[in-house]
Design a protein around this ligand. Structure first.
Ligand code: UN1
Length: 529
């Protein structure tokens, strides 16, 4: 146990013998590497611990992106106090005024887009086109959700008695804790932060320890946009300490978490203990179904993008491809040929198609599943499967795009979330069987079908029990003005994005105004019209 605890204070990217020395250091200035601070009550401050952790480039672990505060429960207490102090003023600020500040934030992000993308590629690994997309998603979310400042619609409805008026309005939840993942280091924080703010909440945000810089950049932009002190507070550190301090803090009325299903369960039970609201976005095992009448080349392109974009590290990744037996051989051959053409490398190099995975733990987990696929499950390893370690790959977390064929639906590689560039091709005899396989996992985030037959497209659309569905497109690429989230073990019934996210970050208040001047009793049977 002591051993395990010790491991917790190491940077995840550094849980490998080949990386730079001890990761937990006293925050002394260091040549060339910048030391960042927490943002609490409008001030940039060190952690109470005086310790820092290193943010390492997963494409080259010799490159230290920055040093960030290794924060403690005390830092969270300070941040929550600051959020509490700012709350009344912010919630009383008219929503259109709050939104004006958010529109300014959007402008700043547009102006800084390429620099933000470069920072993100350096700390997270995905290629520049994709990190540009990540920043764009944050911009889209900011503009779309800021527009809600002039809507935030409630409703009116007839009252059951005369001279009585009934309406329903939104009010902020209060203080919100946001715990965000490393795979979309700016988009996902923005999905939570912007709706929280437009609804009038104040927040404490903890970014994943692997990618604190992008959230730092987002919070810095909030400061520049003029968001008042205490409304947004940033605390960096590890889930086991800072995250746990947030989920158990009595004043954080809501925790919004995106990450693994396992951690989500811990977050949910901590919240349940104190009756806090909890919104979870977790794992996926998303399926592309390719029918015999599909445009096979198009389906292959969709599969490559869905399986290997972001090195398969999206919760929407196409980790299963169920293919009708009539086109199974043709599809599998083309998929392997196409996977062979992908250039793996540093995401900062414009020639790169697929960057590294996030850290050494991810390497171990993905390789573990590749072994399971080959030996335990007995599927055919049709392409990839190796870690790349030579030459340009020597100091990074690179793994080949990997295709398993002849996979059966019950195999572990067809059931469990791998979160890496590994996809499982499964043959099926019919649409019905494809749908059954598609639904036959514990997750329910995204699914897609490739077919030219509109009847089949609609049947699949109707039958798949997922939160997102695509026709003739991959399982990735959700847009911010539609609700995002999934069924079963993917979530706990909430949605991010769209206007639906407003239901997470606001509470409904039903209001009755009786202007009859007399006592009227609801549900009592003596109303005279
Ligand atoms: C995630 O992987 O957690 O739909 C989010 C998509 C992206 C968001 C993915 N817009 O693939």
């Amino acid at each position: 146990m002591a051993q395990a605890k010790k491991a917790l204070v190491k940077s995840k990217k550094q849980r490998t013998p080949r990386t730079v020395g001890g990761s937990v250091k006293k925050s002394t200035p260091h040549s060339g590497v910048r030391t960042y601070q927490n943002y609490i009550g409008g001030k940039w401050v060190d952690s109470n611990s005086g310790e820092i952790f290193e943010n390492i480039n997963p494409a080259d672990t010799r490159d230290v992106v920055g040093r960030f505060p290794l924060s403690t429960r005390q830092d969270i207490n300070d941040a929550v106090n600051a959020a509490q102090e700012a709350f009344n003023r912010w919630r009383r600020t008219p929503a259109p005024r709050r939104a004006e500040i958010l529109f300014r934030l959007g402008e700043i992000l547009i102006r800084q887009k390429s620099a933000l993308a470069a920072d993100m590629t350096r700390e997270m690994g995905k290629v520049l086109k994709e990190t540009g997309g990540d920043v764009q998603e944050a911009i889209d979310c900011t503009y779309y959700t800021a527009g809600e400042g002039r809507r935030l619609h409630g409703f009116t409805t007839p009252a059951e008695m005369p001279d009585k008026f009934a309406m329903c309005v939104r009010q902020p939840v209060g203080l919100c804790g946001l715990i965000t993942p490393w795979n979309f280091p700016m988009a996902i924080p923005s999905w939570k932060l912007i709706p929280a703010l437009v609804c009038g909440n104040t927040v404490v945000i903890k970014p994943a320890e692997d990618t604190p810089l992008s959230t730092y950049n987002l919070v810095k932009a909030c400061e520049e946009a003029g968001i008042p002190p205490g409304v947004v507070n940033l605390v960096t550190g590890y889930g086991e300490t800072v995250g746990a301090a947030m989920t158990t803090h009595p004043a954080l009325r809501l925790i919004s978490f995106t990450g693994s299903t396992e951690t989500g369960r811990l977050v949910a039970s901590a919240c349940a203990d104190r009756n806090a609201i909890c919104s979870l976005e977790m794992g996926g095992k998303n399926v592309i179904m390719v029918m015999e009448d599909a445009d096979v080349d198009l389906a292959v392109e969709g599969a490559v993008w869905g399986a290997f974009g972001t090195s398969g590290q999206r919760c929407t990744a196409s980790s299963r491809i169920v293919v009708h037996k009539k086109v199974y051989k043709q599809f599998s051959k083309k998929l392997v040929e196409r996977a062979q053409t992908l250039r793996v490398g540093n995401g900062a190099d414009p020639r790169t198609d697929m960057g590294p995975v996030i850290n050494s733990e991810a390497i171990e987990k993905i390789r573990g599943y590749i072994d399971i696929g080959r030996h335990e499950d007995g599927a055919t390893l049709a392409h990839g499967g190796r870690r790349l370690t030579k030459g340009e790959y020597a100091n990074g977390f690179f793994i080949e795009p990997t295709v398993f064929t002849d996979v059966t639906p019950d195999m572990r590689i067809a059931q469990e979330e791998i979160f890496g560039p590994v996809t499982a091709v499964i043959p099926a005899n019919s649409l019905d069987e494809a749908i059954e396989i598609g639904n036959g996992v514990r997750y329910g985030l995204s699914a897609s079908i490739y077919t030219q037959d509109v009847n089949r497209a609609f049947e699949a659309m109707n039958e798949m029990y997922t939160g997102i569905f695509y026709v003739n497109a991959s399982t990735i690429g959700a847009e911010v003005h539609l609700p995002f989230g999934g069924t079963k073990a993917t979530g706990n019934g909430h949605r991010e994005a769209g206007t639906q996210v407003l239901d997470v970050f606001s509470e409904w208040k039903s209001i009755y105004v009786d202007y009859s001047g007399k006592l009227q009793r609801a549900q009592i049977d003596d109303v005279k019209i």
